[in-house]
Write a protein that binds this ligand. Structure first.
Ligand code: CP
Length: 324
């Protein structure tokens, strides 16, 4: 029998004095809690039938004010595979946000219709504002250029499952390190493991924000910033590729100039170690050539599958559901 011992950030809202649990940042988990969550995700992967009715009678709302394929559909797939039901909107324009309704009011309404909510919003902090007023657990499914904690859970489960560890790693993060919220969340999560070293690979304009390098300096975590991907390929255990985030650019000209700055191809893969892994949160645009997909070290499609298992584990945990 699986029993969750995970404690999450308590919300100020909640019904009838019950302590609500939300997920806003990957740091809402301790290392031990993450291990518990990943053990559950692995059990779900190996014994899916055991969990097929675990959420019968429960409803997940997906409130997406920004486009998504993986996050929204993997949450919905996760709930359906747990025997629950789903509702929601995939576009702010088709919700009453278009009429001016606030996130705070919307979550109060969603709390009447569903048992748990995954929310994506273009504004940093919007899911936190929702959590303050919510009567149900709220999961941050990506807020602007800030955080994407369930992508981080997906990334960590993928690395742990395929690499066998989350410590002693040299990790290259390549592409749009300025606006890429998956990168920001992943760095924050990985610094808690021993002997982690980062190599940030980006054009000057898309460097990782100062608040992240300041945090790394404070914690004495080694990092370097480089422009050429080829130079660092041989030293990487993991390469985390990202797309240039078109939707966060202020002008089209800059986006066009930078969008194809990096293209990972088979020639560059030849420079890498045989046990190096390539991850990408997806969607991909041009930054990984499709020829790389055939390389066994390219694990980004497996990564998307791990996203379903870890979101199933997260839904069960936040709803406090245990399975014999
Ligand atoms: N990885 C990710 O967040 O993908 P979507 O934008 O398609 O949800």
């Amino acid at each position: 029998m699986f029993h969750s011992n995970i404690e999450f950030m308590p919300a100020k809202g909640g019904q009838g004095g019950v302590t609500m649990k939300h997920l806003m940042s990957p740091l809402d988990f301790t290392i031990e809690e993450l291990e518990t969550l990943f053990n559950l995700a692995r059990d779900i992967e190996q014994n899916p039938a055991k969990y097929a009715h675990a959420c019968a009678g429960k409803v997940l709302a997906t409130c997406f004010y920004e486009p998504s394929t993986r996050t929204r559909l993997s949450f919905e797939s996760a709930m359906l595979h747990l025997g629950g039901q789903i509702l929601g909107f995939s576009d702010a324009a088709s919700s009453s946000a278009a009429k001016g309704e606030s996130v705070s009011d919307t979550i109060r309404i969603i709390s009447c219709y569903a048992d748990i909510c995954a929310m994506r919003h273009p504004k940093e902090g919007a899911p936190m504002v929702a959590a303050e007023k919510s009567g149900i657990p709220v999961i941050n499914a990506g807020d602007g250029g800030h955080q994407h904690p369930t992508q981080t859970l997906t990334d960590l489960l993928t690395i742990h499952s395929l690499k066998g560890r989350l410590d002693n790693l040299t990790i290259g993060l390549c592409g749009d390190l300025k606006f890429g919220r998956t990168v920001h969340s992943l760095i924050h999560a990985l610094v808690r493991y021993p002997n982690i070293r980062f190599i940030f690979i980006s054009p000057e304009e898309l460097r990782v924000p100062d608040y992240i390098t300041d945090m790394l300096k404070e914690k004495n975590i080694p990092y370097e910033e480089v422009i050429r991907l080829e130079n660092v390929m041989p030293s990487l255990d993991l390469l985390y590729m990202t797309r240039v985030q078109k939707e966060r650019f202020f002008n089209e000209e800059d986006y066009v100039r930078l969008k194809d700055f990096y293209i990972l191809d088979t020639a560059k893969m030849e420079l890498a170690r045989q046990d190096m892994l390539v991850l990408h949160p997806l969607p991909r645009v041009n930054e990984i050539s499709v020829e790389v997909d055939e390389d066994p070290r390219a694990v980004y499609f497996k990564q998307a599958q791990y996203g379903v298992y870890v979101r199933m584990a997260l839904i069960l945990t936040l709803l406090g559901i245990t399975v014999d």
